[in-house]
Design a protein around this ligand. Sequence first.
Ligand code: ADP
Ligand code: MG
Length: 325
Amino acid sequence: DQFLRVDALTKSFGTNQVVKGVSFGFGKGEFISLLGPSGCGKTTILRMIAGFETPTTGTIRVAGEDITHLRPNQRKLGMVFQAYALFPNLTVGDNIGFGLKVAGMGREERRARVEEMLRLIGLPGFEKRYPYEMSGGQQQRVALARAIAPKPRLLLLDEPLSALDAKIRVSLRGEIRAIQQDLGITTVFVTHDQEEAMSISDRIVVMNAGHIEQMGSAHEIYNRPQTRFVATFVGQLNTLPAATFGPDRAIRPELVSLAPRPETDMTLTGTVADVGFLGSVLRLRVDVEGAPISIDTFNGHAPPPQRGDTVTLHLARKDVLALGA
Ligand code: ADP
Ligand code: MG
């Protein structure tokens, strides 16, 4: 389970340590996301894996081989950046074939591989186009094809969707995931978008200020966050009244309901302070012992609660999160 292994990795720029002892290991074929707020060190870690930055300390291994000090072109990795990194003066075909040509692949074999890649990304027949003739989403597909054409052993993606608009972003992330699973290529995907990370990843590394807060599947990260930072970064959180629950106890809004559910085993009484309309759901704010509790209820719940109503909230003890600092 150690196809990609990073140990005690640090990076300082001058006196500023931006990566503070990061270690993780992942299996072949896994889709891993580095998730965290802007500035937490995600790109720096990716660039160290790629060989564009030298670690201050620590090691990086791929398939058991120490690659920490190899040059980028010796690492057999493919990389896609945020946006518009295609060679603007080359056709789509020449962009995708670039790495193949550098590797010495002959013209015919190259042409066949480019064609195969264009089919894979859903752009057959686009060989002769230029980047400026295509949408941002199409360009990012081509960038992906260019990265995977030489069959790299690792695919590194640095916020490849963040410059695209919301609809394209969601459809393209599904395509990336499908292609990745198709090829079985081990992938490290950097994003600051928690929904993106949760929807696409086998495992997520949640980062904060240069260190790892938690690693796990989307389910583990969302349902069993180990720190308040993780819990609030990947979702909404209600802090429960300390008088009843003790300090640092919290629950997700969607796990508090106005009606009992099979798993609920306790109730709280409160007063509706606000009703927010979010389309498919209503988000109520209910004051319970002075603590504001947000809860989500399906729009269409009849009759909808009103401000000032006294309501009973149902929740399950097992859903209460105990969070450290
Ligand atoms: P992220 O990708 O999570 O947004 P980065 O890895 O780009 O974060 O940056 C982490 C920190 O390192 C930031 O504070 C950034 O300003 C700093 N940093 C990144 N690259 C350099 C550099 N070449 N020189 C100095 N500081 C840098
Ligand atoms: Mg970045």
